[in-house]
Ligand binder design. Structure first.
Ligand code: NAP
Length: 285
């Protein structure tokens, strides 16, 4: 018997149904939630991400605006557009798709977004709110990972969670959310000499590295929960995560839980962006 799958598609669907209901209620009250997505440049992967975000908004009854700009867009012009969206009452969430071209400072862009509309949760204010336990908008990917863990029914209090990766967008906020849920948290990174020594003790492992087979069957404890954030391509060019999926699933045994790639964290990231936009709209209403 292998570990149970954590189905991010099904969980997304359930959450999006609730989001659409709450959005309809706000719309009926004359306050339709609105998200503005800005894409600078023509990176094909980014174009797919923003299209999917706008499509998800449409499906949930949100107002959405997609602004696409040439890669030569001046930083000052982008900052002016953000200022205009900050002042636009029809827009409750603003997202600038990263990465931006090299001549634009991503930190300036993130900090230009009004805190109340920072639905990516990447600003220093949002990060500080998470660190200090204040309410605020949480980065969508780790927020989605928390929902996936919750869906297993395994409480985090007193559990040992290991996060592999320490990026500002995934690893660090993930560790803080797990801490907030009373897990004992270890954060590993490229300077960690023996990942397995940590992960073998873990009840929950979140892998956010961007390298295939970072987590292998000999590195997990039977019965653990494994959340695979990574997105990579295998030798056949198919999407895969950071976890050696089939072997790890078998090693976890029937008491374990694991997210697939695709169909795990990916759909939840967009869903939690919708949740954040709705929350921003409800707060501003
Ligand atoms: P990132 O900024 O490149 O960070 C990667 C992290 O992994 C870094 O902290 C790095 O450590 C660590 N790392 C690299 N090699 C390692 C190794 N051999 N052992 C242990 N740790 C190692 O990436 P990210 O933005 O956090 O994203 C991580 C992955 O998640 C990527 O594949 C990305 O595409 C995917 N992702 C997916 C979604 C989704 O919705 N499915 C959303 C966001 C990201 P150092 O800090 O020491 O360099």
């Amino acid at each position: 018997m292998t570990a149970q799958l954590i189905d991010g598609v099904a969980l997304s669907k359930t959450i999006r149904t609730e989001v659409a209901e709450r959005a309809a209620a706000l719309t009926a009250a004359g306050r339709r939630p609105g998200l503005a997505v800005i894409l600078v440049g023509d990176d094909p992967a980014s174009a797919v991400y923003v299209r999917n975000k706008v499509k998800a908004c449409d499906e949930c009854g949100f107002h959405s605006v997609l602004e696409r700009y040439d890669a030569t867009l001046a930083e000052a012009t982008l900052l002016q557009r953000i200022a205009a969206l900050n002042a636009d009452p029809a827009i409750h969430g603003i997202l600038v798709q990263m990465p931006v071209p090299r001549h634009i400072d991503p930190h300036k862009v993130i900090e230009a977004i009004a805190t109340a509309k920072d639905v990516d949760g990447f600003s220093v204010h949002s990060a500080g709110a998470l660190m200090t336990g204040l309410p605020g908008l949480r980065p969508a990917t780790p927020f989605g990972c928390m929902k996936l863990i919750e869906s297993t029914g395994i409480g985090l209090k007193g559990r040992h969670a290991v996060v592999i990766g320490r990026s500002n967008t995934v690893g660090k906020p993930m560790a803080l959310l797990l801490l907030q849920a009373h897990a004992t948290v270890t954060v590993c990174h490229s300077g960690t000499p023996d990942l397995g020594a940590h992960t073998r003790l873990a009840d929950v492992v979140v892998v956010a590295v961007g390298r295939r087979n970072t987590l292998t069957a000999d590195m997990v404890k039977p019965g653990a929960v494994i959340i695979d954030v990574g997105t990579n391509r295998n030798d056949e060019g198919k999407l895969c995560g950071d976890v050696d999926f089939a072997a790890v699933r078998a090693a976890l045994g029937p008491g374990g839980h694991i997210t697939p790639v695709p169909g795990g964290v990916g759909p939840m990231t967009i869903t939690m962006l919708l949740v954040n936009t709705l929350q921003a709209a409800e707060a501003l209403a």
